[in-house]
Design a protein around this ligand. Structure first.
Ligand SMILES: Nc1ncnc2c1ncn2[C@@H]1O[C@H](COP(=O)(O)OP(=O)(O)OP(=O)(O)O)[C@@H](O)[C@H]1O
Length: 337
């Protein structure tokens, strides 16, 4: 290749081939696609399709960024930096990126990721619903919450803010929480998955209202508060509301989801502070971790579960909903030991 047409970073153009070249220069492993057998789709997000595959008897998730890498050079360089960040993030609560690959037939760019054998947190919680009754132990709530907090402490310590935390990009492997998808989606073209707009329920309202240029670590704390609530409800916030109705509740009225009956007050107090409108009122991660540890000790001996019947409603509705229809009027929550 004629080096005179390369820029300083080795780019010829903003296409998948250039991205692969740049990442290889930064020592990200380029894995041979033919090593992966029988890839089958297991999930689809706004910007990618995810496949389960096997190589040498080990499972991997191949995240295909489809062909939506057609972006300007500056964005492609930023995207490559995010991928490099993920590649070098080595922490038990962060999804592992083993390398990249390219599907030879389509040319699609792939991230080769650790396979999370329990899928997304959202689906994991959904599977805990039996005949519409959701039930989870406090032990497990605390363990998942701590996994997410520890992952965030690691990321924030490296100056990386997730900015798009929700229950579809927390993955669960052997019951343990793994944070995925930080940084990368914002550089990709949204392929218009209608579910994505509802992620507004996890988005820092101060960022939306005050049009802050970028979400920061306090925005992640806001999303964390919503996730803590979701661990007690088993369903995403404002399920069955339209995007406009969610906007009205959270942004216009400054409302939040209803507290699930039977939740320990210390846990409620924690997530309510996390989802405060004013980012200064949101607690720092170390104090959140401290509170969860204390709560865990308190509940250790009692083996408590929390249950509710919110799962009786179609959990997929939030992907495709119409009308301003709150579910709260039919809610029944209870705590048993
Ligand atoms: N490493 C993985 N292991 C197992 N399942 C995965 C993995 N990565 C993604 N998935 C599944 O694929 C789905 C889609 O993942 P993807 O990361 O593309 O989108 P998302 O997080 O739902 O959306 P967005 O890209 O908008 O944040 C996830 O919700 C999850 O169910």
């Amino acid at each position: 290749m004629n080096s005179t047409i390369l820029d300083r970073d080795g780019f010829v153009d903003a296409k998948p081939g250039s991205l692969v070249r740049l990442l290889c220069q930064k020592n990200v492993k380029n894995l041979d696609y033919s090593e992966f057998t029988n890839p089958r789709p297991i999930g689809k997000g706004a910007t990618a399709t995810v496949y389960l595959t096997t190589s040498r008897r080990k499972n991997y998730a191949l995240k295909s960024l489809n062909n939506n890498l057609d972006m300007d050079k500056r964005k492609l360089k930023l995207l490559s930096q995010e991928i490099i960040n993920l590649y070098h993030a080595a922490y038990p609560n962060i999804i592992k990126l083993y390398g990249i690959s390219r599907e030879p037939r389509t040319g699609n760019f792939m991230l080769v990721l650790q396979y999370a054998n329990n899928g997304s947190l959202r689906n994991y919680l959904r599977r805990k619903c039996n005949d519409g009754l959701y039930s989870i132990s406090w032990n497990e709530i605390c363990s998942i919450a701590k996994g997410i907090i520890n992952g965030l402490i690691y990321l924030h310590g490296k100056g990386i803010f997730h900015r798009n935390l929700h229950s579809n990009n927390i993955l669960i492997n052997d019951g343990k929480a793994l944070i995925s998808d930080f940084g990368i989606p914002k550089y990709l073209n949204d392929t218009s998955n209608p579910g994505v707009a509802t992620m507004i329920a996890y988005t820092d309202p101060q960022y939306i209202i005050e049009k802050k240029s970028e979400r920061d670590q306090k925005s992640d704390i806001y999303s964390l508060g919503v996730l803590f609530w979701e661990l007690t409800s088993g369903v995403p916030p404002f399920q069955n509301y339209t995007v406009m109705a969610i906007y009205k509740e959270i942004i216009v009225r400054n409302n939040r989801e209803r507290i699930i009956e039977g939740t320990p007050p210390a846990y409620v107090d924690l997530y309510v502070r996390c989802w405060s409108f004013d980012s200064n009122d949101r607690p720092p991660l170390d104090s959140i971790l401290y509170t969860i540890n204390e709560l865990e000790k308190l509940l250790e001996s009692s083996n408590k579960f929390i249950s509710n019947n919110l799962g009786g409603f179609d959990s997929d509705q939030n992907m495709n909903n119409h009308g301003d229809s709150p579910t709260s009027s039919k809610r029944l929550n209870k705590l048993h030991m």
